[in-house]
Unconditional design. Structure first.
Length: 103
């Protein structure tokens, strides 16, 4: 079976897991067994609204993290506003015209 390439390395994607957790990060690669994401973050809702938090409290998730294909419901392109906020949060760069808010 021919598998079509869906994302390019470096694309900001959202991975929705069976647990209901949403992970966003930079797409690295995928195969039949796993999807690899660099610098995965989750979104937490707090008293001041939405904010990013690390994917794990104790694990080193600064680099590549592999997610098992059988645990993933979907992988989709992250919306532009959230992608911009993710880039600002992980790189320290403020992009032109960016409001910096999650929407």
């Amino acid at each position: 079976m021919l598998k079509e390439k869906t994302y390019n390395s470096g694309d900001i994607v959202t991975v929705y897991l069976q647990t209901g957790q949403e992970i966003l990060g930079k797409f690295v690669s995928e195969d039949d067994n796993s999807t690899v994401i660099k610098k995965p973050l989750t979104v937490a809702i707090g008293p001041k609204g939405a904010a990013f938090q690390t994917f794990t409290v104790t694990g080193d998730s600064e680099n590549d993290v592999s997610f098992k294909t059988g645990k993933i419901i979907s992988v989709l392109k992250t919306n532009d506003a959230t992608s911009t906020s993710y880039i600002e949060a992980t790189s320290g760069l403020v992009l032109p015209g960016a409001g910096g808010n999650l929407q």
